[in-house]
Design a protein around this ligand. Structure first.
Ligand SMILES: C[S@@+](CC[C@H](N)C(=O)[O-])C[C@H]1O[C@@H](n2cnc3c(N)ncnc32)[C@H](O)[C@@H]1O
Length: 234
């Protein structure tokens, strides 16, 4: 059988469909400390999935454009937001996912990339992403690239998410998710493809090469506490 890629994984129904919103709630409770919102802002959401950001912000900003390789998620997200003016979801070509041509002549004040980069193929992809973000960033824009795997073991990743879930009163649903993941296609796809992991230094080197001002946010913004969040200020 042909090897399943992450791109195949996200096209099918999967265990994250429901659980992602738990992670997102944690993020939403903290993000505005770094990115204050206003009604005039245009937002770009790269890897928008089922539309968690749009569910929360559709009436907080003037426009949001979600981009995703998963036509399945885009369909779900579009149906939730059909009645909301200014909320758009665009299909990214799976074999050319860094081609943001569909929004190329627009400018955004806020750019969010949540739990996406670990599914990219290489560090070169990440550099292309930051260049693409720079192209569409309005003067004064902020980009937050979140939930970055910068090293550490799978075990410490799991322990950290369990500890945080316990403190959030959600240990049981997290344990249920972890067990389901172990016996799902996720386990095989992860084993065959792994994740893209770049160290903090590699991230900072890339941002220096692209010529953008970036730093890691001090506090965790997602349930997996050792994952990092990179804030770029334009
Ligand atoms: C863990 S989900 C996160 C979704 C959303 N950002 C959230 O946090 O709720 C990962 C998302 O990234 C998308 N994705 C994976 N690889 C991608 C790529 N190369 N380019 C764009 N989106 C991608 C998947 O289809 C999926 O919607």
């Amino acid at each position: 059988m042909a090897k399943q890629t992450w791109l195949d994984f996200w096209q099918k129904e999967n265990e994250f469909d429901d659980s992602m919103s738990m992670n997102y709630a944690y993020f939403l409770a903290r993000v505005e400390k770094y990115i204050p919102l206003s009604k005039t802002q245009k937002v770009l959401d790269i890897g928008s999935g089922p539309g968690n950001l749009e569910d929360a912000w559709f009436d907080r900003v003037v426009e949001i454009h979600g981009l995703d390789i998963s036509t399945r998620y885009n369909k779900i997200a579009r149906s939730k937001h059909a009645a909301h003016p200014g909320i758009y979801f665009h299909d990214l070509p799976a074999d050319d996912y860094l081609n943001f041509g569909v929004v190329a002549n627009q400018q955004f004040d806020v750019i969010i990339v949540m739990s996406v980069v670990q599914y990219y193929k290489s560090a070169a992809d990440v550099e292309t992403l930051i260049r693409a973000i720079k192209q569409v960033a309005a003067p004064g824009a902020k980009a937050l690239i979140c939930d970055l795997m910068v090293g550490g073991s799978v075990i410490s990743d799991i322990l950290s998410i369990m500890g945080r879930s316990l403190r959030q009163g959600q240990l049981l649903s997290m344990l249920r998710l972890l067990v389901r993941l172990r016996f799902s296609p996720y386990y095989t796809v992860r084993k065959e493809n792994g994740f893209l992991v770049l160290s903090r230094q590699e991230w900072l080197d890339i941002t220096r090469r692209v010529g953008v001002a970036a730093h890691f946010v001090d506090e965790p913004l997602t349930l997996q506490q050792e994952r990092m969040n990179l804030l770029i200020q334009f």
